[in-house]
Write a protein that binds this ligand. Structure first.
Ligand SMILES: Nc1nc2c(ncn2[C@@H]2O[C@H](COP(=O)(O)OP(=O)(O)OP(=O)(O)O)[C@@H](O)[C@H]2O)c(=O)[nH]1
Ligand SMILES: [Mg+2]
Length: 272
């Protein structure tokens, strides 16, 4: 019954950062584990006072060798949680590394579409609200406009050809995360999502957007705040600035690959 897990034990892992997600965490883990093709899950919990991590631990016996938890001491931000998870997943040899929220804004069934895009030639698959077939359900108008505004702003400043640059539902081929010097990624909120895509794009990787329907969270509370918006506005300017006067590719590439042989490295990836 679980043969697919043993056949590809280290193929796909979904990283889910959590802060106070006790009402969602068990259901989201169950939903991902129910997917036919077999995903592992890594939860990065930042010492949630509501006991999210304790709930994850009670699920270990149900999903042996498939469910993992990294606990950090305090709320250190979404960006550093993902960086921690990326390093963890690369070290263990996972081939497809996913980002997903815990709050059911992202439909676990869409993991398959992201995976298909990446196994079919893309290096990064982005679950996108702003391509044909994408949608947002139940978000208040002000959140929709903030998000659309952020996307437009990012496109105007960076010229990056991604319609949903703040999207947090993403699949990366491991080569992408290996090629980026993750210690150079500094943003923590929406700017983190933009920065990761920007770095992948600047390094020449192929980004494909896959339409998704994004739903507002039903349970738990949002961690969105003014600081995250401010970081986004200034962060995008900084990305553009850094890429104008200094070689951004050199700055963000993992030293062992770049800068001269990075594209060579990328050609090797593409041939595989
Ligand atoms: N580990 C960790 N996870 C976080 C942190 N901030 C947010 N998260 C998680 O990151 C995911 C996205 O955060 P959300 O609060 O849903 O942010 P959002 O989607 O912009 O806001 P809403 O959907 O309106 O709640 C959720 O799974 C959160 O629990 C953090 O500082 N550390
Ligand atoms: Mg959310």
């Amino acid at each position: 019954m679980f043969s697919h897990h043993t056949r590809h034990p280290l193929e796909k892992i979904v990283i889910i950062p959590t802060y106070n997600e006790k009402d969602n965490i068990e259901a989201i883990i169950d939903a991902v584990m129910q997917m036919e093709s077999g995903y592992h899950i890594l939860i990065i919990d930042d010492g949630s006072p509501d006991g999210t991590a304790t709930i994850v631990k009670t699920l270990f016996p149900k999903y042996p060798g498939q469910l993992f938890l990294e606990e950090r001491r305090g709320k250190l931000g979404l960006g550093t949680a993902y960086i921690h998870g990326f390093k963890w997943a690369i070290e263990r040899g996972y081939q497809y590394i996913f980002e997903m929220d815990a709050d059911f804004s992202h439909n676990p069934a869409d993991l398959e579409n992201l995976f298909e895009a990446c196994s079919g030639g893309a290096d990064v698959a982005v679950g996108s609200r702003y391509v044909k077939g994408g949608a947002i359900e139940n978000w208040p108008a002000n959140r929709v406009w903030l998000s659309k505004g952020a996307s437009l702003y990012t496109r105007i400043i960076t010229w990056m050809p991604v319609n949903d640059p703040t999207a947090g539902f993403v699949c990366y081929r491991r080569e992408v995360l290996e090629s980026i010097n993750l210690d150079k990624i500094h943003f923590v909120g929406y700017a983190f999502q933009i920065e990761m895509k920007f770095a992948a794009w600047k390094l020449g990787f192929i980004i494909k957007e896959v339409p998704i329907t994004f739903k507002d969270r039903k349970l738990g509370v949002s961690k969105m705040n003014k600081g995250i918006v401010k970081e986004g506005i200034l962060g995008v300017l900084r990305l553009r600035w850094n890429s104008m006067f200094k070689n951004y590719r050199n700055q963000v590439a993992q030293k062992k690959f770049g800068p001269g042989n990075l594209f060579q490295h990328r050609e090797l990836i593409r041939e595989n």
